[in-house]
Design a protein around this ligand. Sequence first.
Ligand code: IPE
Ligand code: IPE
Ligand code: MG
Length: 260
Amino acid sequence: MPTATRVPRHVAIIMDGNGRWAKARRLPRFAGHRRGVEAVRTVVKACAERGIEYLTLFAFSSENWRRPAEEVDLLMRLFHGALTQEVESLHRNGIRLKIVGDLARFGERIHALIENGERLTADNRRLTLTIAANYGGRWDILQALSRLVRDDPAAASAGMFKEEQLAPYLSMSYAPEPDLFVRTGGEQRISNFLLWQLAYTELWFTETLWPDFDAGSLDAAIDSYRRRERRFGRTSEQVTGSATDEPQESAAAGLAAAGG
Ligand code: IPE
Ligand code: IPE
Ligand code: MG
């Protein structure tokens, strides 16, 4: 059971507010997305410096295809550009790159870049950077379940699956569940991000728009996280160690016997 006293091992972020950042400056939405990529660079570096082991960024949701074709096209070009230009520098900095999501919808060139980037950085362990692209939490649960049923049809027909059996099939099975979730841009919703994995994650929302998010913003999120008490269904006394595991009666009896 992870405690909240240290730096979170895994931070997952919904990077929202690029469009509003641009609009406030009378710039096209694309300008906001471009500044968003710069914020990604800043935050990746800050996470590595703070000893965070996993950083997961929601870059494109399975619902974002509903945006105007022109914006989708620009986002794909940005994704392609980032995969082309950033992988070397990630590798130099000891960062492992992972892409999760329904990648079938991306073109050949992006597939090749993803494969190369993941292969090149596979042995890096300083920080694992996961980019969720064409990702949806419901898609993730369904693809995991489909593969589990295929691998174990007997258990499926007996209706006997346990959580521990599904978990290895989820697309982020290589990472612990997020300790800290951050959403920028002021909205307080999950937007079909990591649904299964966020079950016990500490949530933090900020009005800051993603292009303005920096190391100081990250520190504010971590500060908040460190003040949380992660109880996972238990009582505060159990978590802080001020209670014994013995039933109440016997603890009372013990006290009485000791003359307390
Ligand atoms: C987040 O910024 C980036 C993506 C969803 C790709 P938005 O583009 O959603 O920015 P707002 O919410 O319109 O300000
Ligand atoms: C969520 O942002 C997805 C990403 C950041 C990639 P959106 O801006 O698309 O979320 P909604 O649709 O407003 O909830
Ligand atoms: Mg948005």
